[in-house]
Ligand binder design. Sequence first.
Ligand SMILES: Nc1ncnc2c1ncn2[C@@H]1O[C@H](COP(=O)(O)OP(=O)(O)OP(=O)(O)O)[C@@H](O)[C@H]1O
Length: 219
Amino acid sequence: MPSEFVDPYIDQDTGILANLPGARTWDELKQAEGELVGARMLQLFSNPPKVCDGNLDELRLLHHLLFQDVYAWAGHIRTVEIRKNIEGSDFFLPSTNIEMGIAWSQGELERDHMLKGMGETMFVERLAYHYDNYNFVHPFREGNGRTQRAMWTLLCHAAGYDLDWRRVSGEENDNASRLAAEDRDYSALVAMFSRIVRPCDPSEPFNKDLISEGHLNEL
Ligand SMILES: Nc1ncnc2c1ncn2[C@@H]1O[C@H](COP(=O)(O)OP(=O)(O)OP(=O)(O)O)[C@@H](O)[C@H]1O
């Protein structure tokens, strides 16, 4: 009989993700994550990286920067298979294919010139497509959404658009992501991004209002 799978990221004592702040319940962990990752998010955008092109090293750096106070494995790709906590939902890309999956997704972005030089309608459509590609890989055991929101915010700013995540709920983002992943239907992601993109001058610093309320951190 196959032995039961034991998730090495879970502390067998508490039953939740092993974590550096010492949280012992999911609620405690969510609160600690919110505070610690929120502070790191502000730090990231007070001195943003000059270049962002969606490669795996960059995602790992962003994940490490954001989650270093919470998880010992911050910045490391997952070694287990994961799916959304919905019964019957598909697993994300197998962990052994993560490098290949991000390399492919990044190649797609390069073919689209990192979303540069596009009018708003085209920009939003292509962003939805690429967002779904990265979503499907889910490189990390936890924190993919926040890492990805930081990445897209940086990349889109360089392409001439800011994203106002304050106007998105977690539920809308999850539902739109699920529709794209399961049915190849990008309409809800397109609607979401259409509502939150704003043209910007890439040579100007980030608009502080878009970052300060912590919506990049917790939707
Ligand atoms: N069913 C789904 N299929 C594909 N992607 C999904 C699905 N549901 C949610 N997502 C995406 O996965 C992200 C969440 O991944 P994960 O839980 O690893 O990240 P997080 O940073 O911990 O959470 P959050 O994004 O909620 O703050 C969401 O932001 C969304 O983009």
